[in-house]
Design a protein. Sequence first.
Length: 346
Amino acid sequence: MACSDDNDSMAATLKNIIDNPTLRWIFVGGKGGVGKTTCSCSLAVQLAKVKPSVLLISTDPAHNVSDALDQKLSKVPVKVNGVDNLFAMEIDPNIGSTQLPDDYFADDPEHDLVAMGRSMVQDVMGAFPGIDEAMSYAEVMKLVKNLDYSVVVFDTAPTGHTLRLLSFPMVMETGLGRLLELKNQISPLFTQMSRLMGIDHANVDDMTKKLSDVMPIIRQVNQQFRDSSYTTFVCVSIAEFLSMYETERLVQELTKQEIDTRNIIVNQMVYPEGGDCRICMSRYKLQRKYLDQMEDLYDDFHVVKLPLLEHEIRGIPQIKLFSELLTNPVDPNNPPRSFVHHSKSD
């Protein structure tokens, strides 16, 4: 096999991520239904063993992280029960400018310009495709930078949404740049109109200052997303044709966006006992066929194999146990009894 467990440089583990002292942003993504959330939670738990503080962010509208952790989350970081230095939060990637807080437009929520400012900024931002969705990510990044977590793990939505997420710093930098240019053009007209309405102290700068304040953070994130020492992407797949095809498409797109990716998790592997279970053996042979193809195709990747379990993984105790497989992989030739699939159900 091209990617062997005996090969230290491309070992079939995620130790290269966990032991990396400079990584700041880790994305976990892939096709829907392959176990991204379980893998991202498991990786976050392992990182919490060696990092001072870890933040797990769900950007999937389904928000399965709260279900996996068996804990209610919100749009601000919440400490994960059972892991003192692990925090988690959920964000809605669709809130955008329609739910920008009032303090973007005026210091006084009752100010007459609040409604005008909100409407104007929404109309202007609506002229730039993608900036509405990107605005919510900008606010998350500003929050994350202020709280200064050691590493941030993103449990992402299926591939299409994930690629938009990764492109958001560039969208934001371009969109806000245009918005600020437009501000300079309309500022004199806005001031004159305000005076005619009897509002002496109105200034378009009051509405755009906080938008422009986020620009340095956006530029920094844009640079870090494309720096392999700060950012990496973990692709999660299963050993089936459609998932393998989606993984290759994702790897190609990440390469185009200059996002580092060198780890692939092949989840839900079957290890049948004997040859009595016809379905188990059929599934095993099918998986081996596609796994061999993936290991040939990604011979310069860390290809991590994770087993299909007989029970669901929910709650920190079970996630902690499962997360150990990211650093101590199952030997397919001698899997532990708990990972062997039998011909009879208990």
